[in-house]
Design a protein around this ligand. Structure first.
Ligand code: SF4
Length: 253
């Protein structure tokens, strides 16, 4: 319930929800409509449906008890790598590392990571590095401390390095690069790009989208060829990446 939602909003919903569904078995036996009705107003209803489906899986595959391993948690509906690692570490003291924006930023700065953190290989390397640091005991405390460090000290802007308990071993701080890390990929540099119809095919001849080079307002111009082919220009996602401009994605008509 707390994903994308503040605690004060969640509190009454949570109280009603656990009063109606006091355990996993009760939730597993409920139908989607009743669950989403109690969720009504919180938004993101897939969460409610996934929660009920996860309860079903916990009852059918785990005897009604939440599995303790990160791998088994990840197999439950609605649980991704971050949640699985966080639950495994915090609830079961398993050696797992929850990599999110905060913890990734701290790790990128500590290690002076120069590669863009939005590349899967970099994320994997940072996750491995974080996991290597998790102690054998109190893995949950370690994870929560790392999360808090990222949220309160090693902030995206103006990190408070002088009060940071990891300052002595921080590479970014030593090199004066804390403010410039983590790095993200530069956008592809191209003012002209052939749009992709779908993952299998490209148009031939390629209609091209012309983006005007304005740093603030990229503007997509519909070419006659695009109009003939029925392209919907509004579905193109365009963005500036100074000094160049990209077309990030082209969608089918
Ligand atoms: S010393 Fe600064 S940059 Fe390094 S981890 Fe601490 S707050 Fe982040």
């Amino acid at each position: 319930m707390l994903q994308q939602t503040v605690v004060a909003t969640v509190e009454p919903y949570f109280a009603r929800f656990v009063a109606r569904f006091p355990d996993v078995a009760t939730l597993a036996a409920a139908d989607d409509d009743e669950v989403t009705a109690l969720w009504s107003g919180l938004g993101y209803y897939a969460r409610a449906r996934n929660l009920r489906r996860a309860a079903e899986a916990i009852v059918s595959a785990h005897g009604g008890a939440l599995p303790a391993s990160e791998e088994a948690l990840r197999a439950l509906p609605g649980i991704g790598p971050y949640t699985a690692a966080a639950v495994a570490a915090i609830a079961f003291d398993a050696r797992a590392f929850a990599l999110d924006g905060n913890t990734m930023r701290v790790l990128a700065r500590l290690t002076g990571e120069r590669r863009p953190v939005d590349m899967p290989a970099t994320r994997a390397a940072l996750h491995a590095r974080g996991l290597a640091e998790v102690p054998r005991r109190r893995a949950g405390d370690f994870n929560q401390a790392f999360m808090e460090l990222g949220a309160l000290v090693c902030t995206p802007r103006n990190p408070r390095c002088d009060g940071c308990p990891l300052a002595a071993g921080c590479r970014a701080r030593a090199e004066g690069r804390a403010a410039s890390l983590p790095r993200k990929r530069r956008k592809i540099s191209s003012a002209w790009m052939p749009p992709v119809i779908n993952s299998q095919s490209h148009l031939t001849p390629s209609p091209r989208a012309l983006l005007h080079k304005s740093p603030r307002k990229p503007r997509l111009v519909r070419t006659p060829m695009m109009s003939r082919l029925g392209f919907n220009c509004r579905r193109y996602s365009a963005a500036c990446a100074s000094p160049s401009i990209i077309v990030r994605r082209a969608c089918s008509p």
